[in-house]
Design a protein around this ligand. Sequence first.
Ligand code: T4K
Length: 389
Amino acid sequence: MCTAIERIVNEHRLPEPVYITRPNMPLLNDYIRLLEEIWQNKYLTNQGKFHKRFEASLAQYLDQKHVSLFCNGTVALLVALQALRITSGEVITTPFTFPATSHVLYWNRITPVFCDIDPETLNIDSSRIEELITPDTRAILGVHVYGTPCDVQAIRTIAKRHGLKVIYDAAHAFGTFLKGRSVAGFGDISMLSFHATKPFSTAEGGALVTDSSSLKHRIDSLKNFGIAGEEKVIGPGINGKMSEFSAAYGLLQMEILEEEMHGRAKLASIYRENLRGIPGLTFLEQKPELSGNDAYFPILVTDTVYGMSRDDLCDALRRCNIVARKYFYPLCSRYSCYSRLPSARPEFLPVAERVSKSVLCLPLYGTLGEETVRTVCEILSKLNGKVVS
Ligand code: T4K
């Protein structure tokens, strides 16, 4: 590492690691009060009182007809495919996502067909979907990456034209609203993740959202071993249930959600203000029609302009105790389990390849101090142009 970088690291190194995220936890005493109720009821899982209350509050907050709670987002997505009876053929999806998105297809014996992404939104490029449709295509699985909605209208039109289902991995999109409508409400089914690393969390947890009563019924039995009555099993289900401990925690999360969103929005605006104009660094611009959740703050590093590669920048930040993350590198299409698929060839995915090699997510969570964000920006500004020897 060159001396100029060494000097910046020594000057700005933070005393403790600053992680990409930290969960916003409710007051312990508030949770203890709910735990006392659980202790009294002795109902720990299987659609108990807290589960019912949490499901209803989420449906109300999202303004959606049906929400089904799950033990995590991955199992929820597995069940979404089963509920739509998509268990063979091909599904068109994005390679620029967390492994779970492709893996649920594989676990359902479906071949993922990777589509390139839009350079503006970093989501599946709707203008490239139709060329990938074959007689085996069953559905489109979009991901609202970093909470930015996919081109939902174009995808709906394509799906209608070709008789395909639409599923959204909305793991990042809880609390985002497009023209006032929850981003969790698009497609036949949307999946939410409430993992500890999300702005809204139940430690582990997730949900499926649909406006179809019959799908809600099928989802609820599939996540409970396929049971549809004491003496009735409608199909090979799984155990995807959320416990009362997570549901009670989720209810308390709803009370502190606004504060978390507010904190994130403020910090994201400080990032934007201070990073704008640093040569070779760009970030996603805010859209007036979108009320976002600031789940992540991704920057894209153009090494030839910034003077340092994304990987060297990530290393330099780590030396300053700033634990930025390369979400999402490598692309799913690069994993050994998918890299031999025809659609996984890098030359078919030029935008996704470029973005995954240049993206870096900076720390962002409600309780991250403003001063820390300013320090991260100062370091990014000072590192600009410092060539790694
Ligand atoms: N689809 C998409 C697009 C997703 O992004 C995800 C999950 C899914 C589907 C699947 O949903 P779930 O089945 O998980 O509900 C994390 C999360 O595990 C994962 O949920 C999330 N996406 C992904 C983007 O990030 P890691 O392996 O990068 O997390 P980890 O353990 O390195 O944690 C990051 C930082 O967060 C830590 O350095 C410190 C902090 N942290 C983490 C945990 C777990 C805490 O402060 N407390 C904690 O309890 O995957």
